[in-house]
Design a protein around this ligand. Structure first.
Ligand code: ACM
Length: 267
């Protein structure tokens, strides 16, 4: 199967323009699973709660989920993409999963970063996996986490212990260290990871955040299969066999999950 990220630079609050731009970059896409950045329709560094309220949408039923469903229908790919979600009076920094069968589910970011804490409610539904099928008939299990979740090894571990073969990781990274850390998340869980980051910068109330690009796909041995530049638009595809993530027997005597000793972990 082919897995992919789309890195691009959203324009602040321009939902329709961002959907159109992503659609142009995805035209003719040939992939089974495509990951887009966190908050890809709205931008990230909100200048006010009102700005967030103006662009947050219900999931499903909002313009972004509808457009993702149209892309999934047209390309036969599954999409994972970050969207500002409105649910009753709350806002969530969410990622939606949309397959050719339609809406699959939503992940609400558990670990909020920096000023996100002043805007969004933290997700309280935990980490979920999705059973999906690639175009060649291969079944695979997909897990989802968003950006800063990378800093908490428990997030990727929770997904891996639920059987995920691949982690989709929509991101708006500003810290420089995630591209070094994701190969370790991949290695320690023996899992594929797809980090889709954005590029560019945004200024809110005098503070500028610069997003580091460097979207990347890692394999279960912790190798970086592809990594984008710091800047610019990049749609990159890698061919993988998700079954390669399932053999966690690393020596005749060691299985990285069965060898865990949770009774000695202070959880
Ligand atoms: C982040 O979680 N967007 C840094």
């Amino acid at each position: 199967m082919k897995i992919a990220y789309l890195q691009f630079t959203p324009s602040y609050l321009d939902v329709t323009g961002n959907l159109d731009r992503a659609g142009e970059l995805l035209a003719g896409a040939d992939a089974d699973l495509i990951v887009l950045p966190e908050l890809f329709t709205s931008g990230y560094h909100f200048r006010s709660t009102q700005d967030l309220a103006d662009v947050a949408e219900p999931i499903p039923g909002g313009p972004a989920t509808d457009r993702l469903a149209a892309w999934a229908d047209a390309t036969d790919a599954t999409f994972v993409a970050g969207i500002a979600e409105r649910s009753d009076d709350a806002f969530y920094n969410s990622a939606v999963v949309v397959s050719p069968n339609g809406y699959e589910g939503t992940y609400r970011k558990v670990h909020l970063y920096y000023k996100e804490k002043t805007l969004f409610a933290p997700g309280d539904d935990g980490f979920s996996v999705y059973e999906l099928t690639a175009r060649n008939g291969t079944s695979y299990t997909l897990g989802v986490m968003v950006c800063f979740d990378w800093y908490f090894p428990e997030a990727a571990r929770s997904l891996a212990l639920q059987g995920a073969d691949i982690i989709a990781h929509p991101s708006n990274l500003v810290r420089p260290d995630c591209p070094r850390a994701m190969p370790i998340r991949a290695l320690e869980n023996h899992i594929f990871t797809i980090t889709a980051n954005r590029a560019g910068s945004e200024t809110s109330n005098g503070e500028t955040l610069t997003f580091i690009g460097q979207s990347e796909i890692c394999d279960p041995d912790g190798h970086i299969l592809i990594r984008a530049d710091h800047t610019g638009d990049h749609f990159e595809t890698v061919k993988i066999d998700p079954v390669a993530a399932r053999d966690r027997q690393i020596t005749a005597h060691n299985h990285i999950f069965q060898d865990r000793r949770p009774e000695w972990y202070a959880l």
